[in-house]
Design a protein around this ligand. Structure first.
Ligand code: ATP
Length: 889
């Protein structure tokens, strides 16, 4: 019961140091003793369980039944081959699933929150799992509390504890309280902070008193249930499509079975053929292909600094046509340097500041004391804006650590992006100084005096205008401007609301934050690909516009608007103007929601970046919420679909490019598999309808569908991106996979493969029997041997033509010579391996018996080879016309 103890008792009991924290050595030992700071997760499934899960499928049951019946009827080789096919299929499924699982697992790890602790006297950011009892944990707004803490310092700290208590109103915390009643409910333990709750305001320091399962949340959640993984829209659509196609396939098979029986074919053979065709035609593997392609794409994106938190985002990324981006850090380098100042009527370079002038000195003292960053030669931590201010102070020998010792901080109101101000109260001898710094316009609203010539005089309209002119002149040069003001109070015990009133204006500083050079190219690329870039910033309009212009986001000042102007616009007015707007300045987080909604209402697919606690609503409102990995709070990360590990705008554009490629690859795999299935149905269905002998044995169909097709389909899923993918317009999210000619190509290629298989069958039968009659393939006039020969030809052509067809799928209009034969090595390897397997099946005597095939002679191979490359030739010719049509448009 830590809340009834005072701070010293807690420190003693946990043998820690309230100033230096634990030593790294001690932390290591405690980690070994207490274990990782995480809730126990439900055990994941074992490999064997996963394997059997693969077999738990209606189709597999049917196949097993068929194997059993074959065995009973003495067709042992059929039984073996079906068992083999089932086994290979289950293994492939298992590998796919565990790979996807691992990828998702790794992702989860990457996006888990970090904690700031003090060890060896230094602040360190570590994985939350490494926090140990006794650690000194620093809390700031937007951070998840990593474990249970007894607070030892709080500055207006508020924590939202709904995860634990269900109460969503943040609780004010106070480290000085010592509670007496040992049965105080959790919600009233104000000197404690609990694991998985969220700091929404202020700052604090606590000592870790419980970690992992030994926390309040650990007691409730004995086991962390894994949430069901979310299905992407495409996966959902495919599952539906699979059902429809499945029923259609079953219908066709039933018709075929009835026709066959009616024609007097052997019942069992027809039954077996119909089942094999049903297994082949029902696209049960489609959603699995999508998952694996998405998961592998997500892995690639991590290397490009984007962590996708929700799989559906990958699909949506390909449709994004508006990127709303923060300015600071994302479009700019976030490497701030103070270059100009204005105080006591002096305006110029920072180097001309005279520290002996009291106004100049107070300006720097204000900016250094009203500051949460730390700056020493070895380490700089905190907000880059504040680090820049400390750096400016250090240039004049004003160091925060020393100054704070003389002028202790008594109270504070933290910075937030709505007020755009920060205030501290510091002790100056017997007086207390209120120091406020922040956005000039907001600051001037709460000042009524100004400090000039060593005197405090009223802030007239004239002086105000002069200050605004100086601020604007710095903003026009793309400088970020911050103002400073102060007042003296006699007692620190004043209402917090009264601190930011009646202030005395001291001066301004301007800092540069150069644009990121690589961003300019990305923005140009976006323009080319029909994506608009929008800058949304808390900074001044002029600063924002100057940078936007340099980066090519905006050309004319009319494209920039203030948040305050936005407030005045009605919804309709905003909708009518929004298409022309590119820069939104001085916005607060609520404006962001308004902007996202307006863009979305116009049918755009919007991505929005954010980092602060208050950005969560806009990140959720956007189609793709993007959180900053470096500067972002845990709240923003938690609300986002994607996290940028380098906070760079360029990464958003790369992710969009990757998203487009992933979608295209999924499309290639699926269209490929469906056209192969169509080919199989067509060849069998027509042969049966025409009363011919069956061109394929059931095991041939199973083999081709479950073994030969799988690898090329997966290889298409990892096809290297098309370098020209960003020259296309964003995909309409309503568009189906079959749009833009893909459906037609699927059917035509299916028919082609079906006809080629039938042609091989006819040729095989004729060559072997030497007959000149056109259709020597009715069951009654073909011998068993001739039939085997003809079926072998059909079997090989079906499988090899599909393998060859996989090469066509790499691009819908580019020739394979343009795409490059060897740019997808996996595909080439899959095709060669497929041909090799096919060869093995018909040349190894034992397998030949199992598959009931004939050892083809060189002449047969010639026919087979010629027929199999027809899909490539036909598609290459068709693509010439497609390209011609494209250039004419
Ligand atoms: P974005 O990252 O959205 O592009 P931003 O970082 O410029 O915008 P904010 O951090 O909200 O937006 O800053 C807005 C304004 O608030 C700044 O122009 C500056 O005047 C002021 N400001 C920024 N940081 C601080 C701070 N730490 N203390 C006081 N004022 C600040």
């Amino acid at each position: 019961m830590w809340f009834v103890k005072n701070k010293d008792e807690v420190i003693n009991e946990l043998q820690t140091n309230a100033l230096q924290g634990l030593t790294s050595e001690e932390a290591k030992q405690r980690l070994a003793k207490y274990g990782e700071n995480k809730l126990a997760a439900k055990k994941s499934k074992s490999l064997i369980q996963l394997f059997f899960a693969q077999l738990n499928d209606a189709m597999i049951y049917i196949l097993l039944g068929a194997a059993l019946i074959s065995g009973i009827l003495g067709e042992i080789s059929d039984s073996i081959i079906i068992a083999l096919v089932i086994l290979i299929n289950a293994i492939v499924g298992l590998i796919q699933e565990s790979k996807a699982e691992k990828a998702l697992e790794a992702l989860k790890k990457l996006s888990t929150p970090k904690a700031i602790v003090k060890r060896d006297g230094e602040l360190k950011e570590i994985a939350s799992e490494e926090v140990v009892p006794g650690d000194l944990v620093i809390i700031d707004a937007g951070r998840y509390i990593p474990c249970d803490l007894r607070l030892i310092e709080t500055a207006n700290l508020q924590i939202e504890e709904s995860a634990l208590t269900g109460e969503s109103v943040p609780v004010d915390k106070n480290s000085d309280l010592i509670l007496e009643a040992s049965n105080t409910p959790l919600g009233d333990q104000k000197n404690m902070a609990f694991m998985s709750t969220l700091a929404t305001y202020g700052r604090g320091v606590g000592i870790a008193v419980g970690t992992g399962m030994d926390t309040e949340i650990g007691k409730i959640a004995k086991m962390l249930e894994e949430g069901d993984s979310e299905q992407t829209p495409l996966q959902k659509k495919l599952a539906e499509l699979g059902k429809i196609l499945g029923f259609a396939a079953l219908g066709i098979c039933a018709v075929m079975f009835l026709v066959g029986v009616f024609q007097g074919r052997p019942l069992f053979e027809m039954f077996f053929t119909a089942i094999s065709l049903a297994v082949a035609a029902i696209p049960e593997g489609l959603p699995a292909i999508v998952t694996i392609v998405l998961a592998m794409g997500v892995q690639r994106m991590i290397k490009e600094h984007a962590i996708v938190r929700k799989l559906p985002a990958v699909e949506t990324l390909g449709s994004v046509n508006i990127i709303c981006s923060d300015k600071t850090g994302t479009l700019t380098q976030n490497k701030m340097t103070v270059v100009k100042f204005y105080a006591d009527n002096a305006f110029g370079e920072l180097s001309s500041l005279n520290i002996n002038e009291p106004e100049h000195k107070l300006l720097l003292e204000n900016l250094v004391l009203c500051n949460d960053a730390t700056y020493t030669e070895e380490s700089k931590t905190g907000d880059p804006t504040e680090i820049a201010l400390l750096e400016a102070g250090a240039k004049f020998n004003i160091f925060k650590a020393e100054l704070e010792k003389q002028h202790q901080r008594i109270n504070e109101i933290p910075f937030d992006s709505d007020r755009k101000l920060m205030t501290t109260v510091n002790k100056y001898d017997n007086e207390y100084y209120v120091f406020t710094k922040g956005a000039t316009d907001n600051l001037l609203k709460i000042c009524n005096n100004v400090y000039v010539n060593g005197e405090i005089v009223p802030l007239t309209e004239e002086i105000k205008n002069d200050i605004m002119n100086k601020a604007n002149s710095m903003s026009d040069d793309a400088l970020r401007v911050l103002g400073a003001a102060f007042k003296k109070i006699s007692s620190p015990h004043v209402a917090i609301d009264s601190l930011e009133t009646d202030l005395v204006f001291i001066g301004l500083i301007g800092m540069i934050d150069p644009p990121r050079l690589e961003v300019k190219d990305s923005i140009a690329l976006c323009k080319k690909s029909g994506i608009k870039t929008i800058m949304i910033t808390g900074d001044h309009k002029n600063t924002a516009f100057a940078i936007a212009k340099e980066l090519g986001i905006a050309e004319d000042p009319s494209q920039a608007i203030f948040g305050a102007e936005l407030d005045k616009l009605s919804e309709e007015e905003l909708y009518s103007r929004i298409d022309n707007l590119r820069v939104f300045a001085r916005v607060s987080p609520e404006h962001k929601v308004k902007i996202v909604k307006a863009f979305k209402a116009k049918g755009n697919i919007v991505s929005m970046t954010g980092d602060g606690v208050n950005d969560a609503p806009s990140l959720k409102a956007a189609d793709i919420g993007v959180a900053m990995g470096i500067t972002g709070t845990d709240v923003a990360k938690g609300a986002s679909d994607m996290i940028l590990t380098d906070d760079n705008f360029k990464t958003i554009v790369s992710a969009i490019e990757e998203g487009r490629n992933i979608y295209n690859n999924i499309k290639k795999s699926i269209i490929f598999l469906l056209s192969c299935n169509t080919g199989e149905i067509i060849s069998l269905f027509f042969a049966i309808l025409l009363g011919w002998a069956s061109p394929l044995k059931p095991i041939h169909i199973l083999w081709v569908n479950l073994v030969t097709d799988t690898l090329p389909a997966l290889s298409l899923g990892v096809d290297p991106g098309d370098p020209n993918v960003m020259e296309e317009k964003p995909r309409n999210p309503k568009q189906t996979l079959f749009a833009e000619g893909a459906g037609v190509s699927l059917i035509l290629n299916g028919i082609l493969i079906g006809l080629l298989t039938l042609a091989a069958f006819v040729i095989g039968a004729r060559v072997y029997t030497g007959t000149t009659s056109l259709f020597p393939i009715f069951p009654e006039n073909i011998s068993e041997e001739a039939l085997t020969h003809a079926q072998t030809m059909a079997f090989v052509v079906l499988s090899v033509s599909q393998l060859v067809h996989s090469l066509n799928m790499r691009h819908s209009s580019k020739s394979i010579f343009q795409v490059g034969w060897f740019t997808n090595k996996y595909l080439i390897a899959s095709v060669l391996f497929g041909i090799f397997l096919q060869d093995v099946v018909i040349t190894v005597p034992f397998l030949r018996d199992v598959f009931k095939v004939f050892d083809l002679n060189p002449k047969d191979w010639l026919f087979v080879g010629l027929l199999s490359i027809v899909p490539l030739i036909v598609n290459e010719i068709a693509k010439i016309f497609i390209r011609m049509k494209k250039t004419n448009n």
